[in-house]
Ligand binder design. Structure first.
Ligand SMILES: Cc1c2[nH]c(c1CCC(=O)O)Cc1[nH]c(c(CCC(=O)O)c1C)Cc1[nH]c(c(CCC(=O)O)c1C)Cc1[nH]c(c(C)c1CCC(=O)O)C2
Length: 343
C-alpha cells in the first residue's frame, strides 16, 4: 500500500521533505475526550490494549482529530514482560503494578522467550486492523521498551523515582541481570520483527529509564541490547529514544538506527555535534510548554524548529504529552510546525 503522507519516513531516511513532520509521544490517550469515552465503556486499560478493533480506533483518533503525520499503535511496553510470564495490572491513577517481581535465579529461569504469534498476537492483529483502516493516510509506528527499561519494571514491580531495587540487582548479580536482559532482548527482537511483518512502517524503542543509570552501567546493561535490536530490524527505519541518556550520545552515533529521540533536557546543537549529520533527530519541546497560552505555544514551537533546522528533524515533544494538556494547545503545536517549517 502506497502511503499518501510519507513525510515521517522520508525525514527518518534523510530524504528531502516539503516540511518537518510532526507527531506526539502518547498522542493516543487521555488528552482526547474521544479516547476517554471509549475507555469508560471498558473494564480497564488492558481490555483496550487487548481488543484489536478498539486499539485500532484509538490509534487513529489523533490522526483524525489532531492531523498528525504518524499514528503509533495503541499498546504498552509492558505487554512484553506479560508475554514472558510476568503479568501486570494497570492501577487507575497510579500506574503499572506487577504482583510477582523478579528477585532470584529461579524467577529468571521461569521467564520464557515469548513467541509473538502465540503471546502477543492481539498487538499484531491491532496493527493489521489499523493499517487497513488508515488506508495509507500516514505511516504507523510500532514500538517496544528497551530491555533495560523492561528489566526495571520486572524487578522493581512498579514505577519508582529511583528504581533502586532494579539498580541493586545490577551490582549484586550482574550475570543474572544479563540472563534476564538476554531473554527480554530475544523476546523484543522477535516481537518487533512480527510488528514489521504485520505492517508497522517504523519502529521506536523507548528507553524511558536510561537516565537513572551511571554511564558505565548504561554501557554494559542497556546500550549493547539496544544495538542488537537495531541490527536485527532491517526493513524499516528505527528510532531510539533514551530519556536522560545525554551521556551516551556519542555512542548513539554508532547505532544502526536512523533516528534518535531527544528529551527536553538535551541541547539540540550538542546532540547534533555528537551524532553528526548521519541521523535524524526527533523531539524535543518540553511537554510543559503546552500549558502556555497560544502565543507562548507558538513561540516555543518556533524556537524548537529554529534549533533543529529544516533537515533531518521530526518534530515531537521531549517525552509523552501530559494527560491534562488542552487538545487545542496540542493542535496549535502541530499547526505551528506545519506552517512554520513549510518551504
Ligand atoms: C514507560 C512506558 C509505559 N508505557 C509506555 C512507556 C514508554 C514511554 C514513556 O516513557 O512514557 C509506552 C506507551 N504507553 C501507551 C502508548 C500508546 C501509544 C501512544 O504513545 O499514544 C505508548 C507508546 C499507552 C498508555 N499507557 C498507559 C496509559 C494510561 C492508562 C489509561 O488510559 O488509563 C496509556 C494511554 C499507562 C502506563 N504505561 C506505563 C506507565 C508508567 C503508565 C502509567 C502512567 C501513565 O498513565 O502515563 C509504562
Amino acid at each position: 500500500m502506497q502511503l499518501k503522507n510519507d513525510l515521517l519516513l522520508r525525514a527518518a531516511l534523510g530524504q528531502p521533505t516539503e516540511r518537518t513532520p510532526v507527531w506526539l509521544m502518547r498522542q493516543a490517550g487521555r488528552i482526547l475526550p474521544e479516547y476517554r469515552a471509549v475507555r469508560e465503556r471498558l473494564s480497564g486499560f488492558k481490555e483496550l490494549v487487548e481488543t484489536p478493533e478498539l486499539a485500532a480506533e484509538v490509534t487513529i483518533q489523533p490522526v483524525d482529530l489532531l492531523d498528525v503525520d504518524a499514528a503509533i499503535i495503541f499498546s504498552d511496553i509492558l505487554v512484553v514482560p506479560e508475554a514472558m510470564g510476568c503479568t501486570y495490572e494497570m492501577i487507575e491513577k497510579r500506574g503499572p503494578l506487577f504482583p510477582n517481581t523478579i528477585n532470584s535465579a529461579a524467577d529468571v529461569e521461569k521467564m520464557r522467550v515469548a513467541d509473538p504469534y502465540e503471546h502477543l498476537n492481539y498487538v499484531l492483529e491491532a496493527i493489521k486492523v489499523t493499517k487497513r483502516e488508515l488506508n495509507g493516510r500516514v505511516p504507523l509506528i510500532g514500538f517496544a521498551g528497551a530491555p533495560w527499561t523492561i528489566f526495571a519494571y520486572m524487578v522493581e514491580g512498579s514505577g519508582s523515582k529511583t528504581f533502586s531495587k532494579a539498580r541493586k540487582m545490577l551490582y549484586e548479580d550482574p550475570a543474572l541481570s544479563h540472563q534476564l536482559l538476554r531473554k527480554i532482548t530475544d523476546t523484543t527482537i522477535a516481537y518487533l520483527k512480527a510488528q514489521v511483518a504485520a505492517g508497522a512502517d517504523l519502529i521506536q524503542v523507548f528507553d524511558s529509564w536510561a537516565g537513572i543509570l551511571p554511564p558505565a552501567h548504561y554501557k554494559e546493561f542497556s546500550y549493547p541490547y539496544i544495538a542488537e535490536i537495531c541490527r536485527a530490524i532491517t526493513d524499516v527505519p528505527v528510532t531510539v529514544f533514551a530519556k536522560g541518556a545525554f551521556f551516551s550520545f556519542a555512542d548513539f552515533a554508532q547505532l544502526d538506527c536512523q533516528v534518535l529521540g531527544l528529551d527536553w533536557n538535551m541541547n539540540v546543537a550538542d546532540a547534533r555535534a555528537a551524532v553528526g549529520d548521519g541521523k535524524t533527530l526527533q523531539g524535543n519541546l518540553d511537554p510543559c510548554a503546552l500549558y502556555n497560552n497560544f502565543e507562548g505555544v507558538k513561540r516555543e514551537t518556533i524556537k524548537m524548529l529554529e534549533a533543529f533546522g529544516p533537515h533531518r528533524h521530526i518534530a515531537n515533544l521531549g517525552h509523552g504529552v501530559y494527560p491534562d494538556t488542552d487538545p487545542e494547545k496540542v493542535k496549535c503545536f502541530i499547526q505551528t510546525v506545519k506552517e512554520y517549517s513549510h518551504r
